[in-house]
Design a protein. Structure first.
Length: 238
């Protein structure tokens, strides 16, 4: 068990990530230690190439560190086998990315329901009534009641990101991990998405981790971590 406080939901211990490029070793994460508290909004800031996405993917078990471990409520996820991990990842984490990654041939509602079909063929599977009702409720909550049947190419950038956020929330994850959620949006739309994430956190008390270049996020987050060259250089609480 990792040494954590009672409220720690996720922790990173001595995380190193290295890539071998030819004969050169590129160290992208250089000894990261981080405790994330349950219910908090944590913002990870840093310049391009600092290692933010690598850290977020490592925290969400989408990527494996070269060494070090990730602990969820004190349980070491880094020693879980692949099937345990896949189940845990789907239950614990919701992911939001800069480029949305919506499936182009499916409408907003179907995209949101996608995580309910993990392990099944989307073409054969029928959504459960309660999942459809929940998806519609969530789409309404983010102001997309009139866009439910729109495919991604019939949605604006901000609307696509709302759909992606709802998709990340459909399985009630304990932790929402967002990688540059406003990185592809204009200032106004970016602010709306930022407000939406805050409002969802207020409402659900879900833990949220946001990786961004956007300093505006730092003003309202409870906790801000700055990383440079794969190291945490500053950790501040607002
Ligand atoms: N698969 C890979 N192989 C080799 N190097 C990689 C790989 N993935 C990332 N890197 C390198 O690791 C460094 C950190 O990448 P990362 O994507 O974590 O940065 P970032 O802080 O998210 O940057 P940005 O703000 O531009 O998204 C970069 O220099 C990148 O080139
Ligand atoms: Mg990145």
């Amino acid at each position: 068990m990792a040494e954590t406080s009672n409220n720690t939901i996720l922790s990173a211990r001595d995380i190193y990530k290295e890539y071998k490029i030819g004969k050169t070793l590129l160290r992208v994460l250089n000894g990261i230690n981080l405790d994330i508290q349950e219910g908090q909004v944590l913002v990870i800031l840093g310049a391009s190439g600092a290692g933010k996405s690598t850290l977020l993917h490592t925290l969400g078990m989408l990527d494996t560190p070269t060494s070090g471990s990730i602990h969820f409520k004190g349980e070491n996820l880094s020693i879980a086998n692949q099937s345990e991990l896949a189940a845990k990842r789907n239950k614990v984490f919701g992911f939001v990315f800069q480029f949305y990654y919506l499936l182009p041939d499916f409408n907003a509602l179907e995209n949101v329901l996608m995580p309910c079909f993990i392990g099944q063929s989307m073409f054969k599977a029928k959504p459960k009534k309660e999942n459809t009702e929940k998806a519609v409720q969530l789409l309404k909550r983010v102001g997309l009641e009139d866009r439910i049947n729109h495919r991604p190419d019939e949605l604006s950038g901000g609307e696509k990101q709302r759909v992606a956020i709802v998709r990340a929330l459909i399985n009630d994850p304990e932790i929402l991990l967002c990688d540059e959620p406003t990185g592809n949006l204009d200032t106004h739309t970016g602010r709306e998405i930022q407000e939406l994430i805050w409002e969802l956190n207020e409402r659900t008390k879900q833990t949220v981790v946001i990786v961004t270049h956007d300093e505006r996020f730092a003003k309202t987050a409870e906790c801000v971590v700055r990383i440079t060259d794969g190291k945490i250089v500053n950790c501040a609480r607002n």
